[in-house]
Design a protein around this ligand. Structure first.
Ligand code: UTP
Length: 294
C-alpha cells in the first residue's frame, strides 16, 4: 500500500460570509489570536507526517505565499532584539515544503481538489479544509491516516451535528459500524431539512484514493451549482469502499462569524497570558448587557 505523503489545502473560496474582510485577503488568513487559520491546518498536516502540501489559491494568493515564505528582515530584526520566542514562531511557518496552484474560478470544492490532480499523480492523498480547526491529542489527520493504513480505502472524517444543522453539511448514510469506523451506503451533500440519512457530518478532513479524479474529471455540477467533492466521493464509493471515521477531538468551525468568534474566545481561554484578563472583561460585558436588558 502506498503511503499518504501529500496534502491539498483548498483556499480559493470567495469567503463571502466574511466580506468585506475577505475582499483583498483570503479568509484562511484570518487569525485566531495571533496565527492565521491556515497555519493551524498546515501544522496539523506536518504533525501527521505529510511531506508535501499544495495550497489551492484564488485571490489574495500573495498573502498566503508571503506568510509561508522566509521573512529575512523581520527575522533579523527579532534576532537582533533577542525576541527568540517570536523568532521561533515566525520561522515555524516557513519550514514546510509548500506548493501553490491557482483555481481560476471558484467552481466548488471538488473543482479546487481537481486543480491539484497533476501534483498528486497516482497516490493516496489528504485534503484539509481551512474552515475547520481540530484540536486533538492525536492530530485528526493522523487518526485518518491510521485508518487508511488498516483498510486501504478512502477515509472521510465525520462528527455528529445537531439535527437542525445537517442541511449545512455533507452527510453520510451509514451501514455498519466497527468502533468509530463506518461502512457507508452513500454520501449526500447538504440534504434538505428533515431528509438527512444520519447526523454524521463531513468535517473537512479526508484521505482519498487517486481514483477520485475519474469522477472529478467529469466536472459535474451538484448542490448550489458547484462541483462538489461529496458527489465524487459518492461515485467512488460505488466502485471501492469509502469509509467514514468519527475522529476524536474538538472541531472548531471558523468559516462563519459566530464559530470564528467562539473559536477565538476558546483559544484565548487556553492561553495563560490572556485567560484571567479576558474572563474579567467578559464578566464586565455580561453585567453591562444584563443591566441594559433590564
Ligand atoms: P466554503 O464554501 O466554506 O468556502 O468552502 P467559501 O466558498 O469561501 O465560503 P463562503 O460561503 O463564500 O463564505 C470550504 C473550503 O473550500 C475552499 C474554501 O476556500 C474553503 O477553505 N474552496 C471552496 C475552494 O478552494 N474553491 C471553491 O471553489 C470553493
Amino acid at each position: 500500500m502506498k503511503q499518504v505523503r501529500k496534502a491539498i489545502i483548498p483556499a480559493a473560496g470567495l469567503g463571502t460570509r466574511f466580506l468585506p474582510a475577505t475582499k483583498a485577503m483570503p479568509k484562511e488568513m484570518l487569525p485566531i489570536i495571533d496565527k492565521p487559520t491556515i497555519q493551524y491546518i498546515v501544522e496539523e498536516a506536518v504533525e501527521a507526517g505529510i511531506e508535501d502540501i499544495i495550497i489551492v489559491t484564488g485571490k489574495g494568493k500573495r498573502a498566503i505565499e508571503d506568510h509561508f515564505d522566509h521573512a529575512f528582515e523581520l527575522e533579523n530584526n527579532l534576532a537582533e532584539k533577542g525576541k527568540l520566542k517570536l523568532l521561533e514562531a515566525v520561522q515555524r511557518s516557513s519550514k514546510v515544503d509548500i506548493h501553490y496552484i491557482r483555481q481560476k474560478e471558484p467552481k466548488g470544492l471538488g473543482h479546487a481538489v481537481w486543480c491539484a490532480r497533476r501534483f498528486i499523480g497516482d497516490e493516496p492523498f489528504a485534503v484539509l479544509l481551512g474552515d475547520d480547526i481540530v484540536q486533538a491529542e492525536v492530530p485528526c489527520l493522523k487518526q485518518l491516516i491510521h485508518q487508511y493504513e488498516s483498510t486501504g480505502g478512502s477515509i472521510i472524517g465525520v462528527q455528529p451535528v445537531a439535527d437542525s444543522e445537517t442541511q449545512r453539511y455533507g452527510i453520510i448514510d451509514p451501514i455498519a459500524k466497527e468502533g468509530r469506523l463506518y461502512q457507508v451506503r452513500t454520501f449526500v451533500e447538504k440534504p434538505p431539512a428533515g431528509q438527512a440519512p444520519s447526523n454524521l457530518a463531513i468535517m473537512g478532513r479526508y484521505i482519498l484514493n487517486p481514483e477520485i479524479f475519474r469522477f472529478l474529471d467529469l466536472q459535474e455540477e451538484g448542490a448550489g451549482g458547484e462541483i462538489q467533492l461529496t458527489d465524487a466521493i459518492r461515485r467512488l464509493n460505488e466502485i471501492q469502499n469509502v469509509y467514514a471515521y468519527h475522529f476524536q477531538g474538538v472541531r472548531y468551525d471558523v468559516g462563519e462569524k459566530l464559530g470564528f468568534i467562539l473559536t477565538t474566545l476558546d483559544f484565548a481561554m487556553q492561553n495563560s497570558e490572556l485567560r484571567t484578563q479576558l474572563l474579567e472583561e467578559m464578566e464586565k460585558m455580561v453585567r453591562k448587557q444584563s443591566q441594559a436588558i433590564g
